[in-house]
Design a protein around this ligand. Structure first.
Ligand code: RET
Length: 345
């Protein structure tokens, strides 16, 4: 290392890390071939004793590509609808867009921080390497993703069910408590991390309650098309969301599985919770109009002469969306009849 003196202290520190951790990479760090993200970002932030290998980096990038592709699909489908009917497309595309960026970060080994583990598990084949008082790589970027996207997923479901906005608000607030406690617990070394996990579980149970006992009856009241899509997406959500605290328990919490296995676990859950959920939701919404859900979305460019009670057809002088004869021009009328559902004409 004759040119060591010419190196900045940053470069020298990175070189030292590279030599120290070379053994952790599945392809040689200096090979110059294949996925070089771990190499490139070695030294950006701390480096944990137990961190992802190239295989997990490849997997994270693969999930990133799936999320990116689905963002284009959802956004593209939005353009096949009038503006007043794009709400669910936009929300769903935003969910996968945020996930695309989070997965790009994780594939690049960024948005992470080393945290000393509570349980070293020196006898474990999976996490051997952390050693005594070793550190584990914690991807805090995961929680930033969830903080943005889980409220949007709930919005997709709760707007579909037509629940009143205060219920939407409190459910989303509980969801945010769940995510933030999960993050703080993941960043905590001591057994207090399980205190945060427990708070998160309580918040989660509120979300489950709201979906099962508030949103579901509302969806049923809106008819079979709505209850079908709500039940399908709701069941998928409940089932998949229950697996997240388990994944947390064996990864950030208990340090039972390797960060590579954590990548696979969360990755599969995220693909089901976001793109698969999104496909089912958007397909299910095909024959459901915003007005049917009580969403009064007014587009003056599309409904210039909306007249009460008139049944509009698509293409009729560029007027309305032709749903059940109800359009956004009737906002005042609905209000005037003390919240009579928008489906009454
Ligand atoms: C944590 C730990 C604290 C207790 C609970 C959790 C639940 C997290 C969930 C996350 C869902 C994420 C989704 C992401 C989509 O891509 C924070 C792990 C209950 C349910 C759906």
């Amino acid at each position: 290392m004759s040119n060591m003196n010419a190196m900045s202290s940053f470069d020298a520190a990175v070189e030292k890390l590279r030599q120290e951790y070379e053994v952790g990479f599945s392809t040689g760090p200096a090979s110059g071939k294949g996925n070089q993200a771990l190499n490139a970002n070695l030294g950006v932030g701390g480096y944990a004793d137990l961190s992802i290998t190239n295989r997990a980096s490849d997997w994270y990038f693969a999930v990133c590509a799936v999320m990116g592709f689905m963002t284009l699909v959802f956004a593209g489908l939005a353009f096949t609808k009038p503006r007043t009917e794009r709400l669910f497309h936009y929300i769903t595309a935003m969910i996968t867009l945020v996930a695309t960026i989070a997965y790009f970060s994780m594939g690049s080994n960024l948005g992470q921080v080393p945290i000393t583990v509570e349980f070293d598990r020196p006898n474990s084949k999976q996490v051997y390497g952390a050693g005594v008082s070793g550190t584990r790589e914690i991807f805090y970027v995961r929680y930033i993703d969830w903080f943005v996207t889980t409220p949007l997923l709930l919005l997709d479901l709760l707007l579909t069910a037509g629940v009143p906005w205060p219920t939407i608000l409190v459910t989303i607030l509980a969801d945010e408590v769940m995510i933030v406690t999960g993050l703080v617990g993941a960043l905590t070394r001591t057994t207090y991390k399980w205190g945060y996990w427990t708070f998160g579980m309580f918040a989660f149970f509120y979300v489950v309650y709201a979906l099962l006992f508030v949103a579901r009856p509302h969806a049923v009241a809106l008819g079979s098309d709505v209850s079908r899509v709500f039940n399908m997406c709701g069941v998928l959500t409940l089932f998949i969301w229950f697996l997240y605290p388990i994944a947390w328990g064996v990864s950030e919490g208990g340090n039972v599985i390797h960060p590579d296995s954590e990548a696979i676990f969360y990755g599969i859950l995220d693909v089901i919770a976001k793109p698969v959920f999104g496909i089912l939701l958007i397909m299910g919404h095909k024959n459901i109009s915003a007005s049917q859900l009580g969403l009064k979305i007014y587009d003056p460019a599309e409904t210039p002469h909306a007249v009460h009670g008139e049944k509009h057809t698509p293409g009729h002088a560029g007027v309305t969306n032709g749903h059940n004869g109800v359009d956004n021009g009737h906002t005042g009328v609905v209000n005037g009849t003390n919240g009579t559902p928008a489906t009454t004409v």
